[in-house]
Design a protein around this ligand. Structure first.
Ligand SMILES: *[C@@H]1O[C@H](CO)[C@@H](O)[C@H](O)[C@H]1NC(C)=O
Ligand SMILES: *[C@@H]1O[C@H](CO)[C@@H](O)[C@H](O)[C@H]1NC(C)=O
Ligand SMILES: *[C@@H]1O[C@H](CO)[C@@H](O)[C@H](O)[C@H]1NC(C)=O
Ligand SMILES: *[C@@H]1O[C@H](CO)[C@@H](O)[C@H](O)[C@H]1NC(C)=O
Ligand SMILES: *[C@@H]1O[C@H](CO)[C@@H](O)[C@H](O)[C@H]1NC(C)=O
Ligand SMILES: *[C@@H]1O[C@H](CO)[C@@H](O)[C@H](O)[C@H]1NC(C)=O
Ligand SMILES: *[C@@H]1O[C@H](CO)[C@@H](O)[C@H](O)[C@H]1NC(C)=O
Ligand SMILES: *[C@@H]1O[C@H](CO)[C@@H](O)[C@H](O)[C@H]1NC(C)=O
Ligand SMILES: *[C@@H]1O[C@H](CO)[C@@H](O)[C@H](O)[C@H]1NC(C)=O
Ligand SMILES: *[C@@H]1O[C@H](CO)[C@@H](O)[C@H](O)[C@H]1NC(C)=O
Length: 809
């Protein structure tokens, strides 16, 4: 009888698909088997895992990620634009070999649309990260494969493809945000106008080019560093272009990803630092910005200004050009003669210009190529197509030269057409120099200033967050010329009016925080770590490293960092509404936060913390959660900040000890303040204090009941056991209608601040408890309850700053 019930239940649970549910670990699924919310497929060698996932919201996606890398890194998402609305969801393989995702109402929300029908189809997750559908007896011929539908990530073996008639059909598209895999606005693809080239586009506008294929790699990619590690290959036919890379060293885990800001990076996993390190980034510098210098010019990062007209060309509008507006580019000094008398000037080590108006022939020699160019009046340049074997093939450009730059060491030779009179002039360097010497000095000074400004602007536009991290962590490993810190120290100095007192937002434990406005008008918050600060270089690195890998709506966003000698700066997004303490402890401003807002704030903090503890897969303990570390954005959405003390945990290591007890009195749990032992439950304690402070409008550390010498926790506890907890609620919040809800929050707050860490709920329970979806147990006495056994003077301390106690050994 009981067995019968079980079977019945199973049938109910499995949506009446009469088959057995699957469980990890397996890598293959046959037709009519399915994967639901909790199941995963793991590839044979355990490299990749596939299954449903979410970002802390009810919405569910089916995707593929690295099985053993944390934070979890997704490489592919099936239903990126059509998430399931709740966890009642499944993926199954139909008899014909189509993969479908069904939601709770059994509606198909995603379909692999496989046109090929299988006889005995199975779906398998391969160690390459490819999810394939094939016939059980046929190992090679796939009916469908996820590699044919790239998302934002290019894995080894995946192909970018374009057709000369229909255009790109396999290409990367960015996510909308780090937690929204929906198709974003950027794409990374092969442009088939003229000779094929790799481009990143926003909509249909080119942002930057990887360049055209030179036989080894795309001309704008620093291939010399990479081609021993990866085998890049392209198949070029009249109709098609197909590009891929293979990993020659299997110990390297690598991927190319197009992020939501349109930045492309090759990232490799570092076991040593446990982060993804960028081995190449595009745009790498300002000269990578498409057509920065306008037409018929050249961009050189080592020159100021970066833009120069090609030899024999002059700015179209002199004054505009001199004021660094290069958009109109340059025009010829002397028109081409066309019929005869034209020649070419050779440029070496260049990234070849935009090939969208070009022509090519693989078998023509360079000499023939030149002849071809001279024959056509609109041909303006020629170069070899393939750089292997001293060069071969012919590439011709027509009309204007666009987006050319110096590319030291690995660039190519290109020959630019000039009228013979210009050639005579430019080939006489002495005459050239004498003419321009004097003006050159003055122009140089002006140009230097303009150039610096531009660099700042462009650098800010592309916040190369990872570049800074690279600097911090692997200076030694880096190659010359790669040392670009994102935020130039002097930029920040001027953005903050030289750290003037007027710009000061507040003083954190580790040093003052300033408001800054960058040249492009972006508001930033700059944390300046004082030289005497107890936040040493270790804490600084820690904060940068953690923040760079964390992304959540309720965590403050790190824009970058800057170091000069012993000056260390962290640059964050600016939060116009300051921090929570600014509101809740002020009699006037506290009126601006009604209960609905406060509830949302508490909920937001809980979600941020849950993400840190659990969903980020890094298991991070913040260790210094307090109202002044909870910043509020323009919509009063809370953002947890100040990660200087945060610690990341590997695996299941649930608690640790430290000799340096750091944190803030009033928010520290007893086991940490007294024994230096900390765990995720330390944060839960701090969270409980914050909740009670938000509800009462009183500071735990500052609150003092003169008669009983109780702190806020003690007072809350006393009111709780005397069954009049509503007296804790701040007067301005009190309202019969919502009283029971507030009481639930007090109850949860008290559960969080219990004396013993093991009694405190974890954050996932807290989130459910706050929603009223989980039964609340009876709380026991809070830690640091100064009522009877006054453990410590902490309760009466009014020191708000983060402190450091060096525990006696
Ligand atoms: C997923 O697993 C968890 C714990 O293993 C269980 O509590 C939960 O009910 C499962 N959810 C589904 C949808 O199967
Ligand atoms: C889950 O979503 C489906 C479709 O959106 C809906 O029909 C179903 O009722 C939902 N289930 C729950 C438990 O909310
Ligand atoms: C697949 O192979 C098995 C065993 O070799 C055989 O029994 C089965 O008929 C084959 N299926 C098909 C569709 O060829
Ligand atoms: C690189 O790939 C090409 C084409 O796929 C292949 O012919 C060649 O042998 C590969 N080279 C190496 C070193 O693996
Ligand atoms: C441009 O850059 C290269 C190398 O980066 C350098 O050698 C050269 O002098 C620079 N200036 C010009 C005008 O080419
Ligand atoms: C540069 O000139 C172009 C074209 O005249 C104009 O649209 C653009 O706004 C100018 N840029 C700046 C920064 O002034
Ligand atoms: C082109 O060059 C030839 C020979 O140098 C000369 O006779 C002719 O006038 C030139 N034509 C133009 C339009 O400059
Ligand atoms: C390329 O040049 C070769 C040699 O001159 C010629 O045979 C061939 O037709 C040309 N191909 C194209 C596409 O023009
Ligand atoms: C020169 O090349 C352009 C672009 O390929 C072409 O449209 C034009 O017909 C050519 N002119 C001559 C005279 O060959
Ligand atoms: C390339 O050019 C150099 C110098 O001209 C020559 O020694 C070498 O043999 C050439 N290599 C090939 C593959 O043609």
């Amino acid at each position: 009888m009981e067995n019968h019930n079980k079977v019945l239940m199973l049938m109910v649970c499995t949506f009446f698909f009469f088959s057995m549910p699957t469980y990890s670990i397996q890598n293959t699924l046959t037709s009519n088997q399915f994967i639901q919310y909790n199941d995963t497929l793991v590839s044979a060698a355990g490299t990749f895992e596939a299954g449903f996932f979410n970002f802390g919201d009810p919405q569910q996606y089916f995707g593929i990620w690295y099985n053993s890398i944390s934070p979890r890194t997704y490489v592919w998402v099936a239903n990126r634009n059509t998430p399931a609305q709740n966890s009642t969801v499944m993926m199954k393989l139909t008899d014909q070999g189509s993969l479908v995702i069904l939601d709770g109402s059994k509606g198909i929300i995603w379909n692999s649309d496989s046109s090929r029908i299988g006889v005995e189809p199975v779906v398998q997750l391969l160690d390459s990260g490819n999810l394939v559908v094939k016939d059980a007896n046929n190992t090679q011929n796939f009916l469908w494969e996820s590699f044919d539908y790239p998302g934002d990530t290019l894995l080894a073996g995946m192909k970018l493809k374009s057709n000369s008639v229909t255009g790109p059909y396999r290409y990367l598209t960015s996510w909308r945000s780090p937690e929204d895999p929906a198709t974003g606005e950027y794409s990374y693809r092969i442009d088939m106008h003229g000779y094929p080239q790799l481009v990143t586009e926003k909509g249909s506008r080119i942002l930057y080019r990887g360049g055209s294929w030179n036989g080894i790699l795309f001309t704008g990619v620093p291939w010399q560093r990479l081609y021993r590690i990866y085998n890049f290959s392209a198949v070029i036919t009249d109709k098609e272009f197909s590009y891929q890379y293979e990993n020659l060293d299997n110990s390297i885990i690598t991927r190319v990803v197009l992020d939501q800001n349109g930045i492309t990076q090759r990232l490799t996993w570092s076991d040593r630092t446990q982060i993804w390190e960028a081995t190449s980034t595009r745009p790498a510098d300002e000269c990578d910005v498409y057509a920065l210098c306008g037409i018929n010019s050249n961009c050189n990062v080592t020159d100021f200004p970066n833009c120069k007209c090609l030899e024999g060309f002059v700015p179209k509008f002199q004054t505009k050009w001199k004021s660094s507006n290069w958009t109109d580019g340059c025009v010829r000094k002397t028109d081409l003669n066309c019929s005869h008398g034209d020649g070419f000037l050779k440029y070496t080590s260049m990234k070849l210009p935009d090939t969208s108006s070009s022509w090519f022939n693989k078998s023509l020699s360079l000499e023939k190529c030149k002849t071809m160019c001279l024959k056509n009046c609109s041909c303006t340049a020629y170069a070899n197509l393939d750089i292997r074997n001293n060069g071969s093939g012919c590439l011709l450009w027509f009309d204007n030269i666009v987006d050319m730059r110096n590319f030291p060491d690995q660039g190519q030779d290109i020959y630019i057409r000039l009228s013979s009179s210009e050639l005579v002039y430019t080939s006489d360097p002495k005459k050239n120099k004498r003419n321009s010497k004097h003006a050159g000095i003055i122009a140089g000074v002006i140009a230097l200033i303009i150039g610096l400004t531009l660099i700042v602007m462009v650098t800010l536009a592309y916040r190369k967050k990872l570049g800074c991290i690279r600097n911090l962590f692997q200076k030694k490993d880096m190659e010359d010329g790669d040392s670009a810190t994102i935020f130039d120290f002097s930029t920040i100095t001027s953005a903050t009016n030289h750290f003037s007192n007027r710009n000061k937002l507040g003083e954190g434990g580790f040093g003052p925080v300033y408001k800054g406005i960058t040249v492009d008008g972006q508001e930033i918050a700059v944390k300046r770590l004082s030289k005497t600060s107890i936040q040493g270089i270790e804490e600084f690195k820690n904060e940068v490293k953690l923040m760079a890998t964390l992304q959540h709506r309720n965590l403050v966003k790190l824009l970058g960092c800057s170091i000069r000698q012993d000056e260390k700066l962290l640059i964050y997004e600016f939060m116009p509404n300051r921090s929570l303490d600014y509101f809740i402890f002020d009699t006037i401003r506290s009126k601006l936060l009604d209960w609905t807002k406060r509830l949302e704030i508490i909920d937001g903090i809980a979600r941020g913390l849950l993400y840190l503890h659990q969903d980020s897969r890094l298991r991070i303990i913040h260790r210094d959660l307090k109202t002044s570390n909870i910043l509020l954005d323009i919509d009063m959405i809370p953002k947890i900040s100040d990660f200087g003390l945060a610690r990341s945990f590997m695996g299941d290591q649930a608690e640790a000890n430290t000799n340096r007890v750091m944190g803030t009195y009033g928010y520290m749990p007893p086991e940490y303040a007294v024994h230096g032992s900390f765990s995720i439950k330390s944060d839960v304690f701090s969270f409980g204090v914050v909740v009670l402070e938000i509800i009462s409008g009183k500071k735990n550390s500052g609150f003092c009941d003169p008669r009983r010498r109780l702190n806020l926790l003690g007072n809350a506890w006393r009111l709780w056991i005397e069954e009049r907890p509503e007296e804790l609620i701040a007067d301005i919040l009190y309202d019969e209608a919502i009283c029971s809800e507030i009481l639930r929050f007090i109850h949860v707050g008290l559960l969080c601040v219990q004396q013993l860490p093991e009694d405190r709920p974890n954050m996932s329970s807290v989130v459910l408890m706050l929603k009223g979806e989980k039964l609340l147990p009876k709380p026991s006495e809070p830690g640091f309850y100064a009522g009877k056994n006054n453990m410590n003077s902490a309760g009466s301390s009014i020191n708000e700053a983060t402190i450091s106690l060096l525990e006696a050994r």
